[in-house]
Ligand binder design. Structure first.
Ligand code: 2AM
Length: 479
């Protein structure tokens, strides 16, 4: 009896919430989980809903209308072209059961190269494949995530009604578009996660400066709550305010003060760095964010070093009100830099792969559902709508103006943090990028001299046409 409109494999929390989301939009949905008791419990818990549970993949596949649309939501961890993970295992089990033109959707956090491999493999089997990045965590999955699907346009057209109905909506527009072919969707999701790392670290640096300046946790909560009313309005600022307000049930202490300062990470930030290196794109803010998590995890070494390595005493002389304003501006400016870098990477990769990416529409689907949802994404969409060929987000008139008016405060925050020995690696990396990017002349002339000196790598001259290379007979250095 083929009755289900959609099928989902993998009933962990994200999978369960997506199922409930799909069902709530009027679709009948078939579900399967490797451990069958999980399926039974899920079905029992949601009596009366349009769910079809199966104990075998055969029955699950039979329960679906053709062309079958099956979303896989299982753990993905293959990070090379050759590695195989649970997504591959499920695909292998599905292949003999499916028929031409059936669609498999991988909605996990798969590495885009694995998605490209699966796309090619399933095309050989005459099956259709969509690699979809899904952002928004558990709540987003239930109420409406931001979805970044990659695959052939014709397959997207089949999936569009379901994806659009389950995605978050902003101003009536669903937070899903066809990103591009093959691995484009998972790629954009990966960079989205890198950007998320940057946003989170920048907020943490703001918090750390306030903490060193003697603000109480409640004062800081009030600052973030207030910022969430203005140009920084975003989910991450909102949850930061709420997290700072939260008290431990037993002791009444703010819970953040009881949480150990060792950050975890699942890998998408590191993948983003590797991809930036492969493409020679600077993403120094995201880089600083990933490295900050790494250093935070080396807690034992830091505690030992704190007794050994000297630094200055904290010396912040500006008033609290002024500091709040200055840190606000440093955060806003650095956030713009982080997005400028992340979008530069997406643009570079999109051009290399010929993905035909639309940066403005990508920013638009990040406005709702996902972790980086923020008011200022509207401005990014406007920037690319106004100028689809925009070379760098910083050059858009709106952002150019913000960087111009915030930079004095931004510089002061970086210097006061530096002079007080408060680490602000993402704030300062962002500022370093801004100043390097806007420098008509960098000290790379000397660098080229050094390269030519030791390796005869040659250099171009300012007084000769581009493309002509010169070498100097440098003096011999002994010893
Ligand atoms: P399980 O309940 O049987 O463990 C997150 O781990 C989800 O992915 C769970 O639903 C889990 O199923 C599923 N999963 C993990 N590895 C899997 C595999 N090799 N095959 C099928 N499902 C898998």
């Amino acid at each position: 009896m083929s009755q289900a409109d959609f099928g989902l494999i993998g009933l962990a929390v994200m999978g369960q919430n997506l199922v409930l989301n799909v069902e709530s939009r009027g679709f009948t949905i078939a579900v399967f989980n490797r451990t069958t008791s999980v399926t039974d419990e899920f079905i029992a818990k949601h009596q009366g809903k349009k769910l079809v549970g199966s104990h075998t993949l055969e029955d699950f596949v039979k329960s679906l209308k053709r062309p079958r649309k099956i979303q896989i939501m299982v753990k993905s961890n293959a990070v090379t072209d050759s590695e195989r993970d649970a997504v591959d295992a499920v695909i292998e089990q599905l292949i003999p059961l499916l028929e031409e033109d059936d669609i498999i959707i991988d909605g996990g956090n798969s590495f885009y190269k694995a998605t490209e491999r699966r796309d090619a493999y399933l095309a050989e089997k005459k099956l259709r494949f969509i690699g979809a990045g899904v952002s928004g965590g558990e709540e987003g999955a239930r109420k409406g995530p931001s979805i970044m699907p990659g695959g052939p346009p014709s397959t997207w057209e089949v999936m569009k009604p379901i994806f659009e109905s389950i995605a978050a909506k902003v101003d009536g527009e669903p937070c899903v578009i066809h990103i591009g072919p093959g691995g484009a969707g998972h790629y954009v999701k990966m960079i989205h996660n890198g950007i998320e790392y940057g946003d989170m670290q920048l907020i943490c640096e703001a918090y750390n400066i306030f903490k060193h300046a003697g603000f109480t946790t409640d004062e800081m909560a009030a600052i973030f709550n207030d910022w969430n009313e203005g140009e920084l309005l975003s989910y991450l600022i909102q949850i930061t305010g709420k997290a700072l307000e939260q008290k431990d049930a037993e002791t009444g202490t703010p819970i953040v003060e009881l949480i150990v300062d060792k950050a975890g990470q699942k890998g998408t930030g590191q993948w983003t760095l590797l991809n930036a290196a492969e493409n020679a794109v600077v993403i120094s803010t995201i880089n600083a964010a990933v490295e900050a998590r790494i250093l935070s995890s080396q807690k034992k070494q830091r505690v030992a070093a704190s007794a050994e390595l000297k630094g200055p005493a904290v010396n912040i002389t500006v008033s609290k009100a002024d500091l709040v304003k200055k840190v606000h501006d440093a955060l806003y400016a650095s956030k713009i830099i982080s997005y400028a870098q992340g979008l530069d990477l997406i643009k570079t990769m999109g051009e290399k792969k010929n993905w035909g990416l639309d940066l403005g529409r990508i920013a638009a689907i990040w406005r709702g559902g996902c972790i980086i949802r923020a008011r200022f994404l509207n401005r990014i969409t406007d920037a690319y709508r106004g100028n689809p060929g925009l070379v760098n987000l910083m050059l858009d008139p709106f952002f150019k103006d913000v960087l111009g008016r915030t930079q004095q405060n931004w510089r002061e925050v970086v210097s006061l943090a530096t002079l007080s020995g408060i680490p602000a690696p993402a704030f300062s990396a962002s500022l370093g990028y801004y100043d390097s990017y806007r420098a008509a002349r960098l000290p790379a002339n000397l660098l080229q001299a050094q390269r030519d000196f030791f390796g005869a790598h040659t250099y171009e001259r300012t007084d000769k046409p581009e493309g002509q290379f010169f070498h100097t007979d440098w003096p011999e250095v002994i010893g």
